[in-house]
Design a protein around this ligand. Structure first.
Ligand SMILES: [Zn+2]
Ligand SMILES: [Zn+2]
Length: 248
């Protein structure tokens, strides 16, 4: 049985004390991490997940709260005798940005000798890519991040996860949500329009079009977290929290 575990369900700003975006697919031939925010090594330690057991990470876009944990995972492997290669998939530009991030944070680390290799697969919207235990379908999201930002559909262990990353509403999302088993969707603010981000009320308005029976809202700011604490259950929508595990 494939499961989805929220290691991090927070926004970039530690709202609610939550870890940044990081979810883990398990139950297939190998685990697959989706997004890897800067706090993800802490989130793994808190959840009892060995970073050395994660061979594949796909990131939606190259902002620090979705991608900034990778240099720490590479360094952790270097100092803990990791043997398994690490495979990263992300938008075009991921390889170059990872080298730059490594060099800014830990000079010399991008070219250090290690027992394992780091391989990068760059995802092109509209071209499904086999990636370790999964097949990843990408569409272009509406979110400025210095490289293309992606929404994803990930076929894993006979199930299908749709994942918005960060984005303003775009009908391109329907290409990944239609027929998926579960949609992990940004709900950064409640109803105020914030450029390049999704408001919860926009998600709710589009629920009939999303074509996915279960929607899990994540990446919430403090106002949204307060709203979720007081609102009655909403049919078809769940709210993520760190540690939440769902059957995919
Ligand atoms: Zn972002
Ligand atoms: Zn974000």
């Amino acid at each position: 049985m494939a499961t989805l575990r929220f290691l991090g369900s927070g926004d970039a700003f530690a709202s609610g004390g939550r870890f940044q975006a990081c979810v883990l697919l398990e139950g297939g031939p190998a685990p697959l991490m989706v997004d890897c925010g800067a706090t993800s090594l802490h989130a793994m330690a808190r959840a009892g997940v060995d970073p050395g057991s994660i061979g594949h990470i796909v990131v939606s876009h190259l902002h620090g709260d979705h991608f900034g944990g990778i240099p720490f995972i590479v360094l952790h492997g270097q100092f803990n005798r990791r043997q398994q290669d690490l495979h990263i998939a992300g938008p075009v530009g991921t390889g170059e940005r990872l080298v730059r991030a490594m060099e800014v944070l830990f000079p010399g680390s991008a070219t250090a000798t290690r027992r394992f290799a780091v391989h990068v697969t760059e995802l092109v919207p509209g071209e499904p890519a086999p990636f370790g235990p999964a097949v990843v379908h990408a569409v272009e999201a509406d979110h400025a991040s210095g490289a293309p930002s992606l929404a994803l559909r990930i076929d894993y262990a006979g199930r299908s996860l749709a994942y918005s990353g960060d984005t303003a509403w775009t009908d391109a999302l329907l290409d990944v949500t239609s027929g998926a088993d579960l949609f992990v969707c940004e709900g950064y603010v409640r109803e105020r329009r914030v450029p390049f981000h999704l408001a919860f009320e926009t998600v709710r308005e589009n629920l009939p079009r999303i074509g996915c029976a279960r929607v899990v809202v994540t990446h919430m700011n403090a106002e949204m977290l307060a709203f979720t604490a007081e609102t009655a259950p909403i049919s078809g929508i769940m709210f993520a929290h760190d540690g939440l595990v769902l059957d995919l």
